[in-house]
Ligand binder design. Structure first.
Ligand code: URA
Length: 302
């Protein structure tokens, strides 16, 4: 039977789970960034260093999952106020971490409604043109073209390589495993997937997920150029070498990741692709450093 206050406890647990998700990307990227102290997670039975801060240990995902009442994770009702206090202090720590990580929202410029409408119509028209495009061989095997995801008002855009199988079926970029990791990276930045703009260098899936060929990237270039001209994000993140090359961030013989470039006057940070991070999780740390630099640049742009 439920008791008064159970719903509050449930709501706090749900919020706690959200915080845990934020912390998870931190764990995986080496515990840098949002938290003041390193976190050393115990995952898959492999215990790393143990000196993690008391508050973080209390807020670990294991503790936030519902557990039978009366166990250490679910205090008996007599301890409810101390449990609430614990969750509240965790949430407060998370709020402070988010405030440090996420740029303060800026007031939008006074809306020019007709220009705004025209911009949206222009983006929708481009998407329809991409769906009918036959400029390169990739159209022959596509199920759906994949134009964009997220907000056309975004300050931050992520540009990937090209759709994979899931994206080709859904007609939306970054919805597969790499997309889920990208969503976690975006959340760890204190942003949401709907608040950023996401697109690819090519709009149709290359067969067997091969890298798009240079002539395919060139054939699709007018779409991405027009998208970025219409959205005009303050900062772009290029995910992987294909996107980095497309946005002019690669000089042969030089390292390309983590170096600021410019594309049509917009700062671009090239970093590793989330699909690469799935295969090489040790590279999450440099990527997280790149994303921190992006957040700093967004703050400075205000
Ligand atoms: N990889 C990409 O580069 N883009 C997608 O949309 C999905 C995976």
């Amino acid at each position: 039977m439920s008791e008064p206050g159970d719903d509050v406890l449930e709501a706090l647990r749900a919020l706690g789970a959200e915080v845990a998700e934020l912390l998870r990307f931190e764990h995986e990227s080496g515990g840098i960034g949002l938290l003041e102290h390193p976190i050393h997670a115990e995952r898959d039975g492999a215990s790393e260093r143990t000196a993690r801060p008391e508050r973080v240990r209390r807020g670990s995902p294991e503790l936030l999952a519902p557990a039978p009442e009366g166990t250490a994770a679910a205090p008996a009702r007599g301890n409810r106020s101390s449990a609430l206090h614990e969750v509240e202090s965790l949430l407060e720590a998370s709020r402070r971490a988010r405030a440090r990580a996420s740029p303060a929202p800026i007031d939008p410029a006074p809306a020019d409604v007709s220009r705004e409408g025209e911009r949206r119509v222009a983006l929708a028209t481009l998407a329809a043109e991409a769906a009918a495009c036959t400029a390169c061989r990739l159209h022959e095997s596509r199920t759906k073209s994949v134009f964009s995801r997220g907000s056309p008002d975004a300050e931050l855009a992520f540009i990937g390589e090209g759709p994979g199988q899931n994206e080709d079926l859904r007609g939306e970029p970054f919805v597969g495993a790499a997309g889920q990791l990208l969503d976690r990276m975006i959340e760890a930045m204190g942003l949401t997937r709907d608040a950023v703009y996401i697109a690819n260098a090519v709009k149709c899936r290359p067969p067997n997920n091969r890298t798009p060929q240079p002539d395919e990237v060139r054939a699709c270039a007018p779409f991405l150029d027009a998208q970025l001209d219409l959205v005009r994000p303050r900062v772009i993140v290029a995910l992987g070498k294909t996107a980095a090359e497309r946005l002019g961030c690669v000089v042969e013989g030089q390292g390309w990741r983590g170096r600021w470039n410019e594309y049509r006057g917009i700062p671009v940070m090239p970093t590793y692709h989330p699909a690469f991070l799935l295969r090489s999780p040790e590279m999450k740390r440099p990527v997280w450093e790149d994303l921190q630099a992006v957040l700093a640049r967004l703050r400075a742009a205000r």
